[in-house]
Ligand binder design. Structure first.
Ligand code: KG4
Ligand code: ZN
Length: 345
């Protein structure tokens, strides 16, 4: 495999248009994101139709910009890796169609990448020594999944959320508190240095025997609290509520990380996805690792949220393993990359 191969990564699965150029496994040429946050912010979440139109506006200028920043020409690109799912259909379509057109026009091989495999590769990008088996908790606006990377590109889903994703819970809580979108960073900022024991929010699925998550209870509990305080004319202690909420979500994630280690015997634990940028989660996992002798892998915060570098890295690895896509590549909004874990009852 040519370790000088330049991969153009394209990511448009949700609300950020991202383009990156990567040489070999992990030499970063350029990593660009055009954020749509300002466009979606007034709606308190992502508006799918708006997202796909914004991707259409941004994608070509961003690819031009990436080549120009990296001082490369299309002739230097040896592989195009694009997110083909899971994600929003309209958003995925823009990236996949653009990648297919460029692949055909430039005569460059194409590879469709699974977005969640991409998130896992954020860790491999940052820690090139990380090899399976390892556990990866993917926590984002659309996903809360505990995945076991078994070997090569073989993944097992150990468990996921029964309702809201962890990032979705942050976003909904922020909306209930009248804070901006995305909610996670804003809640984290408010929570800093505040009393995380002020309110005892429920910790979803605590103590259950399966690696499973639930965040609807903590959200409902927060809503009930805020409504009651408003009805009583009380001032809402927003920052203490943020700290207590963050603690409940973090404890739920950490307790199931511990369960996944006990169930699999695998002591290498990575996290990824937007919520993996959260300092309370990063510190909590680091602490647990220290106490229990786990190796903990935290991607830099920049690699946690959606980006195209992780897509380029996953695409390069798949290409090296002999995987190829062709012009029949189609977006799959529900594409899962794993085998289901066998449930022992
Ligand atoms: O991975 P990502 O950029 O997009 C998806 O694939 O969903 O994740 C975005 C999600 C949002 O729900 C956002 O509120 C959450 O990640 N998030 C955070 C933080 N930064 C982003 N949640 C908690 N703390 C953060 N610092
Ligand atoms: Zn994502």
């Amino acid at each position: 495999m040519n370790s000088d191969l330049v991969t153009l990564g394209i990511e448009t699965s949700c609300d950020d248009t991202a383009v990156a150029l990567l040489r070999g496994e992990n030499e970063v040429f350029c990593d660009l994101t055009s954020s749509q946050t300002a466009a979606h912010s007034p709606f308190g979440g992502v508006l799918p139709e708006l997202a796909s139109r914004k991707h259409q506006e941004a994608i070509i200028p961003l690819i031009r910009g990436a080549l120009s920043v990296a001082r490369l020409s299309p002739r230097d690109v040896g592989l195009i890796a694009v997110t083909a799912g899971p994600g929003l259909m309209g958003s995925l379509l823009v990236g996949v169609m653009t990648a297919k057109a460029l692949s055909q026009g430039w005569g460059v091989p194409l590879i469709g990448v699974n977005h969640l495999e991409g998130h896992m590769f954020a860790n491999i990008l940052a820690h090139p020594g990380l090899k399976p088996p390892f556990l990866c908790l993917v926590v984002s606006g659309g996903h809360t999944e505990m995945i076991l990377a078994v070997e090569g590109r073989d993944y097992v889903l150990l468990g996921s959320t029964r309702d809201d994703a962890a990032g979705e819970a942050y976003d909904k809580a922020a909306k209930l508190l009248g804070l901006g979108y995305p909610g996670g960073p804003e809640i984290e900022r408010r929570a800093a240095g505040r009393d995380d024991g002020a309110f005892a929010f429920p910790i979803g699925m605590k103590g259950t025997k399966d690696v499973e998550f639930s965040f609807s209870g903590v959200k409902t509990s927060l809503r009930t609290l805020v409504e009651r305080m408003k009805a009583n004319g009380e001032e809402i202690p927003t920052s203490d509520i943020c700290a207590s909420f963050q603690r409940a979500v973090t404890e739920a994630l950490l307790s199931k990380a511990g369960l996944a280690v006990r169930k699999t015997g695998v002591k290498k634990v990575a996290i990824s996805g937007g919520v993996a940028a959260n300092a309370a989660l990063r510190e909590g996992l680091t602490e647990l690792g220290r106490e229990n002798g786990w190796e903990v892998f935290l991607p830099p915060k920049r690699y946690c949220t959606d980006n195209a570098l992780m897509i380029a890295a996953a695409g390069y690895a798949a290409y090296a393993a002999g995987v190829r896509s062709d012009l029949s590549l189609a977006p799959d909004p529900d594409w899962s990359v794993w085998r289901e874990a066998e449930r022992k009852t």
